[in-house]
Design a protein around this ligand. Structure first.
Ligand code: PRT
Length: 108
């Protein structure tokens, strides 16, 4: 398994432990208690990642990507969506070109 996936699984497990936690002591608990805030933060981190990608260099892009993935995991946890559920979607798409998939939707 890749180091990134192992890290994401470990972080997802840590995030689960924060459910119902004290928002004053845990930033994760604060986001989990307010899924709209978690979604808003994910949007902000996505924009910051794009800004890093178009002009701030590789280290900043890696750092913003880490922020993005952390907030993505929190939003999944807040919404009751497991990493396995996301994996199922990706596996189902394996081998299907995005161009072919879009064309099939347009002919339906
Ligand atoms: N990986 C992270 C992680 N990445 C980013 N962040 C926080 O996400 C926030 C990012 O917000 P911004 O970039 O918008 O920075 P900001 O301007 O300070 O934030 P705002 O004022 O806009 O809220 C910062 O407070 C970061 O510290 C994280 N907070 C927690 N984790 C992990 O989650 C674990 C549990 O955290 P707690 O629940 O807070 O103990 C930690 O041990 C870490 O492993």
């Amino acid at each position: 398994m890749s180091r990134l996936f192992e890290t994401l699984e470990r972080l997802a497990a840590t995030i689960e432990t924060r459910k119902g936690g004290d928002p004053a002591a845990s930033y994760t608990a604060r986001l989990l208690a307010d899924p709209k805030l978690a979604a808003k933060k994910l949007g902000e981190e996505a924009i910051e990642t794009v800004i890093a990608a178009v002009g701030q260099g590789p280290d900043e892009l890696a750092s913003e990507s880490a922020d993005l993935l952390y907030h993505w995991l929190v939003l999944l946890a807040a919404s009751g969506v497991s990493l396995d559920a996301v994996a199922d979607k990706l596996v189902a798409r394996e081998g299907t070109s995005g161009i072919a998939e879009k064309a099939s939707r347009q002919t339906q």
